[in-house]
Ligand binder design. Structure first.
Ligand code: ZN
Length: 183
């Protein structure tokens, strides 16, 4: 039954992204501001890598390196395996286990559309479609910097990577158009 659920039904759609040349300090602040554990590193539509809190602890802080002196590309995991959004969650689970990773970027036609985590998968056991909708809402971002602009993908319109995302009061990551602002 679990195998029938597609990645696209449970993935997180709003994604914060950063560039390979962004400093680790900038990215750390981004993670804190958005209340998330990882950013996908992109260049245009291309997924270049993934950078997690764990990378920052293991490759920067614990080695007493300065986050301001390092760029994302110096410590990100790259290349990064992505998974197609119509794959089922059993497949995602197997890939994460084989690669020993906790997150996988999700792609459609090689374009980034979401991210799936180990938590997303364990949380839905036993899987019930009815529960999924509520779970999606529970997984909303924890960030509280409502005025800050993020780059990434809007969770509503799923447009290409844009620079005008904000966290809304109800903890969604939306572009200016989806927030109803005229720009
Ligand atoms: Zn939007």
């Amino acid at each position: 039954m679990i195998a029938n659920i597609a990645i696209k039904d449970i993935m997180t759609k709003g994604i914060v992204t950063a560039r390979p040349t962004d400093s680790v300090l900038t990215i750390s602040r981004m993670l804190k501001a958005a209340g998330i554990g990882a950013v996908v590193i992109t260049e245009g539509h291309d997924i270049k890598g993934i950078l997690t809190e764990g990378d920052i602890i293991r490759k920067v802080v614990s080695l007493d390196k300065k986050p301001g002196d390092l760029q994302a590309k110096d410590i990100m995991t790259s290349p990064v395996r992505s998974i197609d959004d119509d794959f089922d969650i059993e497949e995602a689970s197997r890939i994460m286990r084989d690669l020993r990773v906790e997150r996988l970027p999700v792609a459609r036609n090689e374009k980034l559309v979401g991210i799936i985590t180990q938590n997303d998968l364990t949380r839905i056991e036993p899987a019930l479609h009815v529960i999924l909708r509520e779970e999606r809402e529970l997984r909303a971002m924890k960030g509280e910097e409502y005025d800050r602009l993020f780059s990434g993908i809007c969770e509503n319109c799923n447009s290409a990577v844009v620079d005008d995302l904000k966290i809304t009061e109800d903890k969604r990551l939306l572009c200016s158009e989806c927030r109803g602002e005229t720009s």
